[in-house]
Design a protein around this ligand. Sequence first.
Ligand SMILES: O=c1[nH]cnc2c1ncn2[C@H]1C[C@H](O)[C@@H](CO)O1
Ligand SMILES: [Zn+2]
Length: 364
Amino acid sequence: MTSTAPLDPTSIRRAPKVLLHDHLDGGLRPATVLALARETGYAELPADTEQGLARWFRESADSGSLVRYLETFAHTVGVMQTREALVRVASECAQDLAADGVVYAESRFAPEQHTDGGLTLEEVVEAVLEGFAEGCAAAASAGHPIRVGVLVTAMRHAARSREIAELAVTYRDAGVVGFDIAGAEAGYPPTRHLDAFEYLRQANAHFTIHAGEAFGLPSIHEALQWCGAERLGHGVRIVDDIAVAADGTATLGRLAAYVRDQRIPLELCPSSNVQTGAAASVAEHPFGLLAALRFRVTVNTDNRLMSDCTMTSEMSALVEAFGYGWSDLQRFTINAMKSSFLHFDERLAIIDDVIKPGYAVLIG
Ligand SMILES: O=c1[nH]cnc2c1ncn2[C@H]1C[C@H](O)[C@@H](CO)O1
Ligand SMILES: [Zn+2]
């Protein structure tokens, strides 16, 4: 006799999960932030105990404003300025995700923010790739195999996006699977970086854009129709283009219809959105509506340190808020794997050989 596993955090941790939107500099272990600050002589930390630091990141990020949320990254970026620090953070990232049951992850970070200690952009990328290789090997030895692809991010307020896009192409066969832009959204439209996106399209390279998080439909429209983004980082404000009548009938505007028709993946990050004020609570997060309307929704952590979350806790919160079952979690996971920047045959192999068998065991 087979039986269905209970939908609790212990079983959800065992389920194979796919994470497309996780910032390397937003996922450090508090103990590692402390250790690296000591080792590298970084003296600006706002707390000197593991617990105190964990609380400081969570509470400061809980500001209701993306700009204030982003200020907390000064400290994680501050301790990630040496080769050794980057290797360690990437290695621990792979191991932490694998222990949480993530089987494929795309981890993003902005190389231009890690050169203050004298590293070149290339040295920064190589250190991170080395760390992920080390972490994936350790995770496999511990019985939790994981594959990690890197996304290099350019900061939208800066002017280095073309250079970072070239970096993505240079390292495309060494573990970098795509490009992204991040940072404060209001006032920094993605079209400021059009030359980078045009270069990437010419090079048949992949990219996603943070859009529709702190700013609404114009940002999403530019990201898709001017820049050519394949996925939307957050994209949650697409709900501004959906009218829901009293009887529950939904009417999609042209942009929302385009996003759904084209199966544009939405990298939704519920806890992060609650912290930056894009949603009042997980229960009121547009994830429920977008999933019900069959948008290509995916579940993501964004910043595990700032939001004190994991893939398991994000999925558990969604189960609690919207009553999802295993088949829904499997659907969100397959949505994510289909939307990854790996080659098609590699995506299919993970879906067929890892995700489906993993959920079959849980569904019973
Ligand atoms: O959710 C986000 N929106 C915009 N920018 C973000 C978000 N989370 C992190 N970042 C920024 C801060 C990091 O230093 C940078 C690269 O990972 O990306
Ligand atoms: Zn993000």
